[in-house]
Design a protein around this ligand. Structure first.
Ligand code: NAD
Length: 489
């Protein structure tokens, strides 16, 4: 099979690849602004059929109990995707504007291979856990726990790292024995539709276990969230949408698992190599044009060396010009859409209105006459109360803020509605440990440490989310716990 998504993109419902009842919608290349092709436009009726199929597959098949078969299916899916990896790479670069250098790790191979970790877990997890004997109310009793799949999972995903986020939901949800209805973002339907096609044509995943409904209509996500046949919503996206997902899910009191936005701090202590740290902060904010929830977008530097830090950060940013993501040397590609570019440009204007200075960037790169590019931008002269420092921009925009020592840096890092991620650079391990203990976020990288891995739980404090993705904790999000008590022998 050759993957040609252009006009043959389909939904996956009940094991069948079907057209969307709403016809098709356009898929754009953010680098050229041209229409790449079309995707199947799923409607509420398609979603209804997908949920129905997922419900039947959960309630009336052995899927949730056959751990070995599930492990087999996940390994098969990973191998089948690997067989198409080069085709998928080109499609992902075109559809997402993902820089080629990032596809090998975070965008494609890394997340695809993570399926193996979840397959192993399906086989090796302790599905039955002995609690031993006790004598509640004087009656000798033996207790054990059964860990069971939650049921039908509605997975709703954003456009920024579509494969990573789709697999981070499909992998553990299926490994745990659930059935899934995946609703990807309208900006990146092909990444999901092609995985559906591979699953349908090249794996033994039974009908109804994995359903994929691409759609131009955001309401499909809302309908999935409120549907009483769905037992759990696993959502990744903005905090505002996460709140409405939670409201919609509350009507049927379903479990919600939310991975939301961030405004993470990059803390440079006064014993760090300032120039190296600032360079790293600049590089980080340009990666995938800043379209990462966990990217550090507030750079906190010692006040006494603020000017030096501004100069070092600016120098690195000036060298990181936005480029064509098809080139292997490109770090900063385009933003996903004109809408997203308008949003980022709006925040740069706001920064100036708030009294900030655009030290570098601030506009569209003159070397590109097409594509949704924004120059890597450094904003100085604001304090942390500015909206530019408080709100998620989701573009290559870094706000540099002064701090007055370690405690003040922790205070500023925590002065945010978000708590997703962060970075600390310093030399003294005791000081670093105090900062790590003080910062309230779900992940932290120290002196360049990378926290992403299949076995490493990722997620947010505060308004950055509820629950954890990946790792054992991420797998267990998709499980229920049944306590069984019997007379002790
Ligand atoms: P978004 O919230 O606009 O959309 C995310 C998904 O929700 C899309 O599939 C969309 O169609 C769907 N949706 C829209 N309205 C809905 C509704 N009312 N009910 C249910 N679903 C609905 O987010 P986006 O713009 O696609 O992605 C960017 C956001 O995602 C950023 O805020 C970013 O921080 C966040 N994000 C978080 C993580 C994380 O792991 N914490 C990872 C990546 C992205």
């Amino acid at each position: 099979m050759t993957l040609r998504p252009t006009d043959s993109s389909t939904l996956l419902i009940d094991g069948k690849l079907v057209p969307g009842s709403g016809g098709t919608f356009e898929v754009f290349d953010p680098t050229t602004e041209e229409v790449l092709g079309h995707a199947a436009d799923g409607t509420p009726a398609d979603l209804d059929a997908a949920i129905d199929a997922a419900r039947r597959a959960f309630d009336h098949t052995d899927w949730s109990r056959d751990h070995t078969f599930r492990a087999h299916c996940l390994r098969q899916l990973r191998d089948a995707i690997r067989g198409h990896i080069e085709e998928l790479r080109e499609i992902t670069i075109a559809e997402v504007g993902a820089p080629r250098f990032l596809t090998a790790a975070a965008h494609l191979e890394g997340p695809v291979d993570d399926l193996l970790w979840f397959a192993d877990l399906a086989e090796n997890y302790s599905w039955k856990q002995d609690l031993g004997n006790a004598s509640p109310m004087g009656i000798p009793t033996h207790r054990y726990l059964l860990k069971e799949a939650t049921g039908v999972v509605g997975a709703i995903t954003p456009w920024n790292f579509p494969h990573q986020i789709n697999f981070a939901k499909i992998g553990p949800a299926l490994a745990a024995g659930n059935t899934v209805v995946l609703k990807p973002a309208p900006d990146t339907p092909w990444c999901a539709a092609l995985i559906g096609r591979i699953a349908a044509e090249e794996t033994d995943i039974p009908a109804g276990v994995l359903n994929i409904v691409t759609s131009s209509d955001h309401r499909i996500g809302a309908l999935l969230s409120e549907d009483p046949r769905v037992d759990l919503i696993s959502f990744t996206g903005s905090t505002a949408t996460g709140k409405s997902v939670m409201r919609a899910a509350s009507e049927s009191l379903k479990k919600v698992f939310l991975e939301l936005g961030g405004k993470s701090a990059f803390v440079v202590l006064d014993d760090a190599d300032l120039r190296a740290a600032c360079s790293m902060a600049a590089f980080t904010v340009c990666t995938h044009a800043g379209q990462g929830c966990a990217i550090t977008t507030r750079l906190l530097v010692p006040r006494a060396r603020y000017d030096e830090a501004v100069e070092a950060t600016a120098k690195t940013l000036q060298g990181l010009r936005p480029g064509d993501p098809r080139d292997s040397g490109t770090i900063c590609g385009p933003l996903i859409s004109a809408r997203q570019r308008d949003r980022v440009e709006g925040y740069i204007r706001l920064a100036v209105e708030e009294g900030g200075t655009v030290v570098v960037g601030g506009g569209r790169p003159t070397e590109h006459d097409r594509g949704f590019f924004v120059e890597p931008t450094l904003i100085s002269g604001l304090d942390n109360s500015a909206r530019t420092a408080q709100e998620e921009i989701f573009g290559p925009v870094l706000v540099i803020l002064p701090h007055d020592g370690d405690d003040d840096a922790v205070r500023i890092a925590n002065d945010s509605p978000y708590g997703l991620s962060g970075a600390v650079y310093g030399t003294d391990p005791d000081r670093i440990a105090r900062v790590v203990a003080g910062v309230r976020t779900g992940t932290l990288g120290v002196n360049g440490g990378i926290w992403y891995a299949a076995d490493a739980p990722f997620g947010g404090y505060k308004q950055s989310g509820i629950g954890r993705e990946m790792g054992l904790a991420g797998f267990e999000e998709y499980l229920e716990t049944k306590l069984v008590a019997e007379p002790a022998l």
